[in-house]
Design a protein around this ligand. Sequence first.
Ligand code: NAD
Length: 456
Amino acid sequence: MQITVIGCGYVGLVTAACFAEMGNRVACVDADEERIAALQRGMSPIYEPGIEGLLQTNRRAGRLTFHPQLGPGLSHSDIVFIAVGTPPALDGSADISQILGVAAQLGVLLDSPSIVVCKSTAPVGTACRVQAILDQLCQRRGLGWQHRVVSNPEFLKEGAAIDDFMRPDRIILGTEDADAERTMRQLYEPFVRNHDRILCMPRRAAEMTKYVANTFLATKISFINEVASLCELLGVDVEEVRKGIGADPRIGHHFIYAGCGYGGSCFPKDIRALLHMAREHDTELPILTAVEQRNQAQKGWPLRMLRKVYGERLAGCTVAVWGLSFKPGTDDIRDAPSRELIDELLAAGTMVKAFDPVAGDNIARAYPAAVARGQLQLFSDPYVALNQADALALLTEWKQFRQPDFALMAQLMRAPVIIDGRNQYDPAVVGAHGFRHLGVGRLPVDAPAPLLRKVV
Ligand SMILES: NC(=O)c1ccc[n+]([C@@H]2O[C@H](COP(=O)([O-])OP(=O)(O)OC[C@H]3O[C@@H](n4cnc5c(N)ncnc54)[C@H](O)[C@@H]3O)[C@@H](O)[C@H]2O)c1
């Protein structure tokens, strides 16, 4: 098939590369000319395991092309995917102006009936608005046919995006049009060969499904974080509780790890967008309001721990930060917990030495002034970042942080303090190396349970 993908970000690029890999001809369009120029040189503008190889193979085979704008050459696509951003507006709603702008361009440009697919996460009713724009423009141009708009929300996870796209656990198709459904099923057939995982539903239900999936996962995280804060008071290790509840298959082990909060380009903005949709319909969603509040509080946890250790002296300290992306496997720093901690430390006058396997450049670009004055230093070696540090804050659970050389760390640091924002370390193991370990809902190694102390 001839496919156009508009928006070459985390979702658009993966979508384009995976469809091209199946033999389709895919034209990618992005308004960011630098991004397109990099892609034309065979370089990926994002870090995603496996993406560069797929882009290069399919570009060389002539199945993948990159364009800085929608031009006449792209006007005969069978299917056009819209994968542009839907960032949060000031009132929390999803800003869908990029989608609507693309729809208006397509309405003028497309010369034959196409299937236009909304892949971006967008509020309920967006696909219908895109349909209305296209219908109006077709009518104005005197064309005797219509485009068909499908909602096909994306469920890939950054860091495992190629695998998720190639082996999806489900594909949601929102359409009421039998022909569009048939074509979309044909397109996705190579990805679901062993058994059908395509769910077809009305467009509004597809749009709602995406928001509910993300907000449910965020709810699990905030729930365990709330439990962790009570565990701290009760002298219970939340890790024991996590294993205990995860063994129940109705609960499961996924997304119940206590930590310093979720970030990224999806969960925070999607919760706010769903809350806004509710407000527009004069209703409240108290559970999701609490989920967001808990996450905000949780992002402040590393700083609270640093203040607990150093109090007012934090200003004169040096804090090493390991892990800057919002999760392992990506260079995406949007809404990452590292941003909140770095902001606070810089404001407090603390020196920050940071390391991340792939996200360092993005952080350097986000804090040019702090980097220029030397208050924020980025390192390409995690151990060098620890030199003379008064504490290490671990914020992203990259695999390489799991079994570091604790003896070397203790030698390098000025004070052996670990703020373990992802509960990566066994307090007893790091304690044996002389570290003071503060985990989320975990017990200090030698601390008697607070309740027992009270009884005594
Ligand atoms: N990142 C994820 O893990 C993920 C997962 C599922 C769904 N989503 C959703 O997918 C959508 C895209 O997310 P993303 O992370 O890929 O965003 P992104 O910001 O990485 O990419 C969006 C791209 O669209 C381009 N763009 C904006 N306006 C354009 C226009 N008029 N013409 C051409 N290009 C234009 C931007 O330059 C950018 O490269 C969002 O709605 C997001 O919520 C994201």
